[in-house]
Design a protein around this ligand. Structure first.
Ligand SMILES: [Zn+2]
Ligand SMILES: [Zn+2]
Ligand SMILES: [Zn+2]
Ligand SMILES: [Zn+2]
Ligand SMILES: [Zn+2]
Ligand SMILES: [Zn+2]
Length: 354
């Protein structure tokens, strides 16, 4: 993880005591000649932009604290700060968050499985695209951003006539889920096999199966079908034609996160919290038309921001959660047949059909 950096490390302040270190560094005379030269370079914005490409956003902030001039060049102007963090290198935060949440099954160690979960800035073999997070602006690679289904684990085929096995994780949910490639499902499309042990991840594709260590039976689901379902009209129940539980075990994590975005509000509170200006996200009647894809894939979101957004959905203080069996709005109003609660989508602030 430790990379060679083009900058002196000695004065790099720890994030904790940045304020005091700032003063200390500024008044230190010892390395001032080198620092002066660096400062001179930094004030040339073109060079600063170049430098930013080789630094993480955190490195960039550390650099800004080495001198008043550096601070001015990097942080004072909001526009230039955003421009620089947009160019900075992904710092593997998402990979660290993934490894904290995802739990590999016992199968992983029983069989010669391989895992691919590497930050784009650490991966020298694959070109991983990166974009600024739509929420915080920090440059984030495709492996460090949120995906609906991370296809990260692969068990190579045993014999030429067999097919490889795939598995992975739903959002940041812990259990390792089975994933079927289109070929395993009898379709023509073939997934490339790993070259030199490096498997290309097929995030958000193929068919989702139950958790590997779960005995519960449920039908596999088309991932494309799940992530493009119009959540303003339908709930993610999964395939339950044969009388299985609702939601089916395969889609439970998706059910949880999409139900969590709904709030029941009395008509008055609904009007207050719905956002009609968000018209581009709603259909002609102001109805929600969110999909998992529009929420988590079409928006490029880092995992830190994903966790924050999830938390703020959970803590939204108005109205009542759909799962709660209550007869009052949070304002005290009683829900009646004449004053039916309306369902607000916290993602688009539009109305969910019920
Ligand atoms: Zn990354
Ligand atoms: Zn972010
Ligand atoms: Zn992707
Ligand atoms: Zn109310
Ligand atoms: Zn919505
Ligand atoms: Zn309110």
């Amino acid at each position: 993880m430790a990379k060679k950096r083009a900058l002196p490390q000695s004065g790099s302040p720890s994030s904790k005591k940045q304020e005091t270190n700032y003063e200390a560094i500024r008044t230190t005379k010892t390395s001032s000649a080198g620092l002066d030269r660096l400062t001179g370079i930094i004030t040339q914005y073109g060079i600063l932009e170049c430098l930013a490409c080789n630094l993480t956003a955190k490195d960039l902030f550390s650099l800004a604290l080495t001198s008043r001039t550096a601070h001015q060049a990097i942080l004072t102007n909001e526009e230039s700060r955003l421009n620089l963090t947009k160019r900075s290198k992904c710092d593997s935060t998402g990979i660290r968050i993934r490894s904290k949440h995802h739990r590999k099954s016992s199968w992983f160690h029983k069989y010669p499985c391989t895992e691919y979960a590497t930050c784009g800035s650490e991966d020298k073999l694959r070109d991983v695209e990166s974009h600024p997070c739509a929420s915080c602006g920090v440059n984030t690679c495709d492996e460090c951003r949120i995906h609906c289904v991370y296809q990260s684990i692969h068990l190579p085929r045993d014999a030429p006539d067999e097919l490889p096995y795939y598995s992975g994780f739903v959002l940041l949910n812990p259990p390792e889920m089975g994933i079927l490639s289109p070929q395993q499902f009898g379709e023509d499309e073939e997934w490339e096999e790993p070259i030199n042990g490096v498997a290309k991840p097929y995030h958000d594709q193929g068919y989702l199966d139950t958790a590997l260590e779960d005995d519960e039976y449920a039908d596999v689901e088309s991932i494309e079908g799940i992530i493009t379902l119009n959540l303003g009209r339908d709930d993610i129940e999964g395939n339950h034609s044969s009388g299985w539980h609702v939601p089916s075990a395969v889609v439970r994590a998706f059910w949880d996160i999409t139900e969590q975005r709904k709030r029941l509000l009395c008509p008055t509170c609904f009007e207050k919290h719905a956002d009609e200006d968000n018209w581009h996200m709603h259909d002609d009647d102001g109805m929600c038309q969110c999909t998992l894809k529009s929420r988590f894939l079409d928006r490029w979101i880092c995992l830190k921001c994903f966790l924050e957004e999830e938390k703020s959905d959970q803590e939204f203080p108005h109205g009542v959660k759909k799962c709660q069996d209550v007869s009052n709005c949070s304002c005290g109003d009683v829900f009646t047949t004449y004053r039916c609660p309306r369902v607000l989508c916290l993602w688009c602030k539009g109305e969910v059909r019920q």
